[in-house]
Write a new protein. Structure first.
Length: 479
């Protein structure tokens, strides 16, 4: 490991569409007048012409099955075709009963066996009538699935997600959902329902086996959102570098960080973004950070094994007026989001944020983003799943020592888009921003030799047009 002490400039940018560090290079930041006075090297919004670049992250071999394989090589799979009844965002009166019907297709290579069921997976239950039997059909054929449901009493937008389940209990195929709105106006500040899922199947890596043991006990989460007293000056990053999950650092669902600036510092706030490097791998699981008593770790929120060789850009700040921990609690949770209460954010729609989950005992295995409610900023779950009480997040506010900018993806046909920033020797950090477009996927950054830095979807699904991001970049040095 090389340890460099150099003046730096930080740039926080909002982007939409990955660089390799062959040796772990650690940048320790020292405060110098030049670093304070220098102007940020901000990328400009990504042009729509970036879509013509044909180079893309190398993709792993396609999985041999998209669903639950049988011993004979049969692949069970299913895809949503259409809403026969109750299309997305249908208004249903509070307490009203309705029947939701989906049309699904067997897009696998063999007939569905007897004993299949459609089962509830996540979201609002909507008092559904329970698992529904699904008839066996031939490959290419379609069938309709109907479930009796009831609208909740409280106004708001609700989604219930379902999936097919084989006789052995294994779920397969793509999910499908019912999405309704109960009128009343109480949810005017909640993000609207998510767009329909892409029709192309994802090609994620095979899931790792569940960990035998969960993360060791962590410190008890604070009972109130900790907002440290504001120091006289806004603090700057203490260190930024790229970490790779190697055999020496892997520990079940975690990879342990070993860095002289971070070791033993439980008070620090870490921000982490996945980086593809030159050859991957993809890392499709939601992540967070956790202090194990002596060192910081990056962990998978779903408690599955950490992906070997996965790379992560890491930057650390001391608590201050621009860096704090927010904890979701009953008083700040509204359905799928938690509102932030901070004097530099309240009533400030132009604020810019970077967010990373911090574990104090509560998992939140969902892709996250930020949005402005009209009065306050909030952290939300992209899949509209309820925000769990106790979920904690490190929050960095842009400005002063952290320059944040906003970028937006154009109409791109691939899973990535360029952000018009071409300094290869940089560390890039991103947080998804909602301004009307959901992107319910984990994202990462990748350096394309022809397009410069890009943001990409880890599951290789197309980047939705209009997806937005806040982006922070740090260069290794300045003149």
């Amino acid at each position: 490991m090389r340890l460099l002490s150099v003046p730096t400039i930080g740039l926080l940018v909002l982007l939409t569409g990955c660089a390799s560090v062959q040796r772990e290079v650690v940048i320790v930041v020292t405060a110098t007048p030049a670093a304070v006075a220098a102007a940020p090297d901000a990328p400009s919004p990504a042009p729509t012409s970036a879509a013509v670049v044909t180079e893309a992250p190398p993709k792993p071999p396609a999985a041999t099955a998209t669903g639950a394989p049988a011993a004979t090589g049969c692949v069970l799979s299913a895809r949503f075709v259409s809403d026969v009844s109750i299309p997305d965002n249908t208004a249903i009166a509070a307490g009203g009963a309705f029947v939701k019907t989906w049309r699904v297709q067997n897009d696998g290579n063999c007939p569905w066996p007897a004993g299949l069921q459609a089962v509830y997976v996540s979201g609002a239950s909507l008092s559904a009538s329970g698992a529904q039997a699904v008839p066996p059909i031939a490959p290419g054929a379609t069938t309709d699935i109907s479930v009796n449901m009831t609208a909740p009493a409280a106004p708001g937008a609700y989604r219930t997600t379902w999936q097919l389940q084989a006789p052995d209990g294994a779920r397969f195929g793509r999910t499908f959902w019912a999405q309704i709105v109960v009128p009343g106006g109480a949810s005017s500040t909640q993000p609207p329902p998510a767009p329909a899922a892409p029709t192309a199947p994802p090609v994620p890596p095979a899931p790792a086996a569940p960990t035998a043991t969960l993360v060791p006990p962590a410190p008890v989460p604070p009972t109130a959102t900790p907002v440290p007293p504001a120091p006289a000056a806004v603090n700057a990053p203490l260190v930024f570098y790229q970490h790779q999950a190697t055999a020496e650092t892997l520990r079940d669902n975690q990879t342990v960080l070993s860095n002289d600036v971070l070791n033993g510092r439980s008070d620090l706030l870490l921000f982490v973004t996945s980086s593809y490097g030159d050859s991957g791998p993809y890392h499709t699981r939601p992540i967070g950070v956790w202090f194990d008593g002596s060192r910081w770790t990056i962990f998978n929120q779903d408690q599955r094994n950490m992906t070997p060789d996965a790379r992560f850009n890491v930057v650390a700040f001391a608590p201050g007026s621009n860096a704090f921990v927010h904890t979701a609690a009953a008083g700040n949770i509204i359905n799928n989001y938690t509102e932030l209460d901070h004097p530099r954010l309240n009533g400030n729609p132009d604020a810019r944020l970077l967010v990373t989950a911090n574990w104090f005992g509560t998992y939140n295995p969902h892709a996250i983003g930020v949005f402005y409610t009209g009065a306050r900023w909030a952290i939300f779950n992209q899949d509209l799943a309820d925000m769990p009480a106790g979920a904690a997040f490190n929050v960095l506010i842009g400005g002063d020592a952290a320059f944040l900018n906003e970028v937006v993806a154009g109409d791109v046909p691939d899973n990535w888009f360029a952000i018009s920033y071409d300094r290869r020797e940089a560390f890039v950090f991103v947080t998804q921003l909602w301004r009307g477009v959901y992107n319910n996927r984990e994202v990462g950054v990748w350096y394309n030799s022809r397009a410069g830095w890009t943001i990409y979807n880890q599951d290789q699904q197309p980047m939705p047009s209009g997806a937005r991001f806040f982006v922070l970049t740090y260069r290794m040095g300045v003149r």
